[in-house]
Design a protein around this ligand. Structure first.
Ligand SMILES: *[C@@H]1O[C@H](CO)[C@@H](O)[C@H](O)[C@H]1NC(C)=O
Ligand SMILES: *[C@@H]1O[C@H](CO)[C@@H](O)[C@H](O)[C@H]1NC(C)=O
Ligand SMILES: [Zn+2]
Ligand SMILES: [Zn+2]
Length: 297
């Protein structure tokens, strides 16, 4: 997988391990906490809510901060408390009533002992990227099926499409079957690959961040799709198009599967969202219009 020569890789890897070891030692002092039966569900909920919170705050500030307009995909749409509260309520309800018992069963079957050694940084990054690509593929297949088979759509996926303009807290507004499917895809490959617990946690956190970002409704210069080159990554406007048009952009994160199957549609973004007027030199962060041109070619 790597083209480094052996010794170079070794030096790099062990420094990667040294890099993460102090952090891992710190995590291990909370082992009683991480081994608690409540840890998986509490960790999931707090990560999700923690990532949603900044966007909820932005939505609250939005009417008073005109500068935010240029970053909003739908400048005229603001979720009301009547939209936020059912989402919040449903996420909490599903985690307590459905997710918790399942994680409890898993916890009872596998007493998770934390290994003394931290993972190597390079290995952690490689595993996280590889598992994201697998997750993207699995969700793509699941998602296409749940749009093409009307019964599956009506019964399991329609809920997630209730809000055509989405907002952060609508990320996990979905049927329990969809939540479990995504949870299964989230955990299956890191488990099969026997990833380090720190890798598993990192993957989960990255996964939640990317899904919240996809639904946040805000396109910032530091959004993931602007940092990943060659239009490989879809991002918020890309997923927003799926929510408004239904028949395109089925992959949650990357663009290759939709490109291969001909379901990729580029987000027609107003120049307002470009982050720059006709993109002169925006310090290496690519303008989304340029990104879209690249996706086109
Ligand atoms: C958004 O979702 C909420 C449920 O959280 C629903 O009550 C509301 O009607 C939806 N709004 C739109 C505009 O689709
Ligand atoms: C990833 O998980 C799927 C099951 O959803 C499995 O078929 C596949 O072999 C796994 N791949 C790896 C590399 O673990
Ligand atoms: Zn969909
Ligand atoms: Zn969505």
């Amino acid at each position: 997988m790597s083209c480094h020569n052996g010794s170079e890789l070794q030096v790099f890897s062990s420094s990667g391990q040294l890099f993460l070891q102090p952090f891992w030692d710190r995590v291990k002092t909370w082992e009683a906490l991480t081994r608690s039966p409540f840890f998986p569900v509490v960790f999931s909920i707090t990560t999700y809510m923690g990532f949603c919170l900044p966007f909820v705050v932005l939505d609250v500030l939005y009417p008073w901060v005109p500068a935010l307009r240029r970053y909003k995909i739908h400048p005229e749409f603001l979720p009301s408390a009547l939209q936020l509260l059912p989402c919040l309520g449903q996420t909490l309800y599903q985690h307590v009533v459905f997710v918790f018992p399942v994680t409890l069963l898993h916890w009872a079957r596998t007493p998770a002992l934390l290994p003394p050694e931290a993972p190597e940084l390079l290995e952690l990054v490689r595993h996280v990227v590889f598992c994201l690509l697998l997750f993207d593929t699995e969700v793509f297949v699941w998602h296409v099926l749940h749009h093409k088979v009307p019964w599956l759509y009506r019964t399991f996926h329609k809920v997630h499409h209730q809000n055509s303009s989405s907002f952060a807290l609508a990320t996990q507004y979905m049927s329990i079957w969809e939540l479990f499917s995504l949870g299964f895809f989230d955990i299956v490959n890191v488990t099969l690959l026997e990833c380090h617990p720190l890798t598993i946690l990192t993957f989960h956190v990255v996964n939640i961040w990317l899904s919240v970002e996809d639904h946040s409704g805000y396109d910032f210069p530091w959004s993931t799709h602007r940092l990943v080159p060659f239009g490989w990554y879809g991002g918020v406007a890309h997923h927003d198009l799926h929510h408004s048009q239904f028949n395109c952009n089925f992959a949650p994160y990357f663009t290759h599967w939709d490109k291969i199957l001909g379901t990729l549609r580029l987000a027609p973004l107003p120049a307002r969202l470009c982050g720059c007027d006709r993109c002169p030199s925006d310090q290496g962060l690519r303008c989304i219009l340029h990104l879209n041109q690249e996706k086109n070619t």
